[in-house]
Ligand binder design. Structure first.
Ligand SMILES: Nc1ncnc2c1ncn2[C@@H]1O[C@H](COP(=O)(O)OP(=O)(O)OP(=O)(O)O)[C@@H](O)[C@H]1O
Length: 377
């Protein structure tokens, strides 16, 4: 596998009194597509700039394949950065923009010709090599920047919100291309974004950051299905989230004792059941989350007698139809809003069967809820 392992140990950084990074520890593996995801101002760009060498940490270590890179300036690290605003030279052709790093290191004409052709091909811009940047679209300009960042064959590519200047459709398209480029060249990609959909769709693993701290590192599936904190649950996708207190904990399989049926008390919803593999104890304050797409909505009361079903009667407050799905805000109990997403798997020419003000039942099974162990400060 090409690429470098990148390890960040105990990195902290302050600008004046403001602590931007607080004891960040991350191990990024060779060849991974790794994303730093978090809201604006959480410190992800500062962390990327420290990895690139444009900033120094106040304390902590950054290594590439076990070697301390902090004493090295950016151009001596085996990493290159793609910026949000492309940073192309407007007066140079696309060919010359991509050739620039090779000319700096005085490569031969033959090497320049063959490598620039190879990398323009990689980003599918061979036919545009004679043009100037202002003759290209935003997506094409960003592909030139990617080719230029890759041409010296770095072992780590750092990408700082590279798609944020593009419109939504082009962003989707470029994201797929970026993923394909990563698959072809196999080096480590570290990708900064505040867009959770972007991070979920391309990353091997994601670090979710907030206020200078890493809250969780995991695969997109881990982060979505098993958020470690309230913040992660709210930031990734849409969810229903409630403060809760553990009432009772019963092992589900007496022999193994590795899964528990938990009763939670939620002030707004009363008692609910949820399964967990984590250790929780009666009296513990936790959060409870259930994703909207895991909740069933029906006009008829579900016939099931299963004891692990959580069932509420309510009224549709606001249906939001978007073709492939409808999102419902359902008011249950005393005006508690439960978000439900119903996918439209089959064509129906009768239109939506559940509409505004309908009386409905919402239900989910204990296994579809999730106990979030850590409440945010
Ligand atoms: N050179 C600097 N001097 C002073 N403050 C800075 C400097 N660079 C960043 N900051 C501050 O540090 C905080 C984190 O900035 P950073 O750019 O790392 O966040 P971010 O998560 O990448 O946000 P965004 O998505 O908005 O770029 C911000 O409040 C920012 O204003």
């Amino acid at each position: 596998m090409k690429g470098s392992d990148v390890v960040i140990e105990g990195v902290s950084k302050a600008f004046g009194d403001f602590k931007v990074l607080k004891d960040v520890n991350l191990t990024i593996k060779k060849g991974e597509f790794f994303s730093l995801l978090g809201p604006s101002g959480c410190g992800k760009t500062t962390l990327l700039r420290i990895i690139a060498g444009f900033e120094s940490p106040d304390i902590g270590v950054v290594t590439f394949d076990g070697k301390d890179v902090l004493p090295l300036p950016p151009n001596r690290r085996p990493a290159n950065t793609v910026f949000q605003n492309y940073a192309l030279f407007p007066h140079l052709s696309i060919f010359d923009n991509v050739a620039f790093p090779l000319r700096i290191r005085k490569a031969s004409k033959q090497e320049i010709d063959s490598k620039v052709t190879e990398y323009l091909k990689l980003v599918e811009l061979e036919e545009h090599s004679h043009k100037k940047p202002n003759q290209l679209s935003g997506g094409q300009k960003q592909r030139v920047a990617i080719a230029r960042a890759l041409i010296n064959e770095p072992s780590v590519l750092l990408l700082d919100e590279p798609l944020s200047a593009l419109d939504a459709k082009l962003r989707q398209h470029m994201l797929i291309e970026l993923d394909q480029i990563h698959d072809k060249i196999g080096i480590t990609f570290i990708y900064v974004t505040h867009d959770q959909q972007e991070a979920l769709s391309v990353s091997d693993r994601i670090a979710v950051m907030n206020k200078g701290k890493v809250l969780q590192v995991g695969t997109p599936h881990d982060i979505y299905e098993s958020p470690a904190t309230d913040f992660v649950a709210r930031f990734i996708g849409e969810t229903n989230l409630f403060d809760a207190t553990v009432v009772s904990v019963e092992p589900m399989h007496k022999e193994t004792g590795d899964e528990f049926m938990v009763v939670l008390d939620i002030p707004e919803l009363g008692s609910i059941k949820v399964t967990t593999v984590d250790t929780v104890v009666p009296g513990q304050k936790v959060s409870f989350t259930v994703r909207p797409e895991k909740i069933l909505i029906s006009k008829e009361k579900p016939a099931t007698k299963r004891e692990d079903i959580n069932l509420y009667q309510g009224m549709v407050d606001e249906p939001i139809y978007s073709g492939f799905q409808t999102k419902f805000y359902v008011k249950v109990m005393d005006n508690v809003v439960i978000r439900v997403i119903k996918q439209h798997a089959k064509y129906s020419d009768e239109g939506p069967d559940i509409v505004w003000k309908d009386s409905v039942y919402v239900s989910w099974s204990a296994i579809d809820g999730y106990i979030v162990g850590v409440r945010d400060e």
